[in-house]
Design a protein around this ligand. Structure first.
Ligand code: B12
Length: 212
């Protein structure tokens, strides 16, 4: 993450009408800027907003700011999506989902887009996914990889519940599991018995390619 968050990015992310994000992405793309760099720059802004929200002594941002910035980030993803590079081709099915109790889906959605551009078939189950649905879809679709996302510290432990359920259903050995999201660490991934931890989408794609 080379570029620091500037005020312009914060202003763009917090634009209620959502026009600025569109202009920002299209202008930068037309200048030939790498879409992933644009995305990373916007992500630093989201981080800043998250920290300002977290600071209880001097709360700089509120839930409405999280909602607006999240919505704008999703718009950016839609604009940047067709411009992500398609470099390496691989075959494989990946099921993705944000676990039960968690509705954060921006990172997971980007991961899905990047996996698709790398030749994977992606079945994105969405957010707030219960273990029963993960199991049902794994039985139906027989994916090579299951990717779970969680951003809340309170929801990460549900990833372990899913893995335990997979073991109980004798499905664990049939699938590779990768976990990620802001509140997930490599150490946590190892502890719950996942096969890999993805620090970001690029790392996630690399690890999924390595599975195949
Ligand atoms: C936008 C946002 C929201 C939006 C979400 C919109 C959406 N559609 O996703 C809304 C407003 C809904 C929201 C709600 C809440 N949020 Co919120 N939110 C954020 C914010 C600002 C940005 C998250 C984001 O999208 N980042 C950008 C993406 C690209 O990053 P990412 O998801 O981390 O993904 C990257 C990696 O983690 C990785 N990755 C992610 N998933 C996966 C999966 C795999 C398999 C792999 C390999 C990799 C991977 O790849 C991505 C990078 O390439 C963060 C702050 C922050 N800096 O993260 C808070 C934050 C996550 N939210 C937080 C909180 C507390 C909440 C609420 C509880 C607030 C409330 N009081 O209501 C609710 C919870 C709702 C729920 N039940 O889930 C806290 C969590 C604290 C904690 N430790 O638990 C944070 C950290 C803010 C803070 N600092 O307090 N939020």
């Amino acid at each position: 993450m080379s570029e620091p968050t500037d005020l312009k990015v914060l202003d763009i992310l917090l634009d209620f009408k959502g026009n600025k994000i569109k202009d920002y992405c299209t202008e930068n793309l037309s200048k030939g800027k790498d879409p992933y760099i644009i995305f990373r720059h916007l992500s630093t802004g989201l981080d800043e907003i998250g920290k300002g929200y977290e600071n209880k002594e001097f709360r700089k941002y509120f839930t409405s700011d999280l909602i607006i910035s999240g919505r704008n980030m999703k718009k950016a993803v839609q604009i940047l999506k067709p411009h992500f590079n398609t470099t390496i081709k691989a075959k494989g099915i990946v099921i993705l989902g944000t676990v039960k109790g968690d509705v954060h889906d921006i990172g997971k959605t980007i991961l899905g887009i990047m996996l698709e551009s790398n030749g994977f078939k992606v079945i994105d189950l969405g957010v707030d996914i219960k273990k029963e649905l993960f199991i049902q879809k794994i039985r139906e679709e027989k994916p090579d990889v299951l990717g779970m996302s969680a951003l809340l510290t309170s929801t990460t432990s549900y990833m372990e519940d899913v893995i335990l359920q997979l073991k109980e259903e004798k499905l664990r050995d049939k699938i590779k599991i990768i976990v990620g999201g802001k509140s997930v660490t490599e150490e946590f991934a190892n502890r719950i018995g996942a096969d890999a931890y993805g620090q970001d989408c690029i790392d996630g794609v690399k690890k999924c390619l390595a599975f195949i």
